[in-house]
Ligand binder design. Structure first.
Ligand code: B4P
Length: 189
């Protein structure tokens, strides 16, 4: 069973490429960003607590996100694509333990590489249609800072395990998807 992490800076195209991978490999798509936005939209108690954190561009606390992921793994029967998780090394360590508890292990981590100017351009472009309150210049700067300091070390964590696969995230969505699909097919043989 495939268990893949898609990794990259905010705006790198994780959500966009996830749609392609899910279609190709029939995976369960677990996006922590989407799960958190759903809580906010439904105005749950949790949603009220996390809205201001997400609007500031900071990461939501590990406990909240980890509980969501644990439930998702327990309910899955088809393989999982983790999108936007893990976001720091502590989450990466917990993910390994959770997968082990369910008799699984990570297949690979796909890292989308996109230069910072392009990330900012994409998120400001998305802001025009997404209505996402975290797609504005001030929040984007903080999200990128959070990424550099807390999330980027996760890449090294997977490199040390030999699980990291770097993909150029510039170019057409379909060409990038094809590169990712070839790599996932190669490592899952
Ligand atoms: P996320 O929802 O994960 O969002 P993201 O990183 O901004 O976007 P993504 O990389 O998926 O980009 P997309 O495909 O949309 O996180 C939001 C917030 O949730 C975080 O800031 C944090 O507060 C919280 N959070 C989430 N997970 C967490 C965790 N584990 N722990 C703690 N907090 C957590 O692409 C961006 C744009 O680029 C789109 O408009 C797309 O159309 C465009 N695009 C994509 N590919 C392109 C290409 N090849 N060329 C040109 N444009 C492209």
């Amino acid at each position: 069973m495939l268990n893949v992490v898609i990794f990259g800076a905010p705006g790198a195209g994780k959500g966009t490429q996830s749609d392609k991978l899910v279609e190709r490999f029939k995976l369960n798509h677990i996006s922590t960003g989407d799960l958190l936005r759903k809580e906010i939209a439904e105005q749950t108690e949790l949603g009220k607590r996390i809205k201001s954190i997400m609007d500031s561009g900071s990461l939501v606390s590990d406990d909240i996100v980890i509980e969501m992921i644990d439930k998702a793994i327990a309910n899955d029967t088809q393989g999982i694509l983790f999108d936007g998780f893990p976001r720091n090394v502590a989450q990466a360590e917990v993910l390994d333990k959770m997968l082990e508890k369910h008799g699984r292990k990570l297949t690979c981590m796909i890292q989308l590489d996109v230069p910072q100017e392009e990330l900012i351009r994409r998120m400001l472009e998305r802001a025009k249609i997404s209505g996402r309150s975290d797609d504005n210049e001030v929040t984007i700067k903080n999200r990128l800072k959070e990424y550099e300091s807390k999330t980027l070390p996760v890449a090294n964590y997977y490199a040390q395990q030999g699980k990291q696969i770097k993909i150029n995230g510039l170019g057409s969505v379909d060409a990038i998807a094809q590169n990712i699909i070839s790599e996932v097919e190669r490592v899952s043989k």
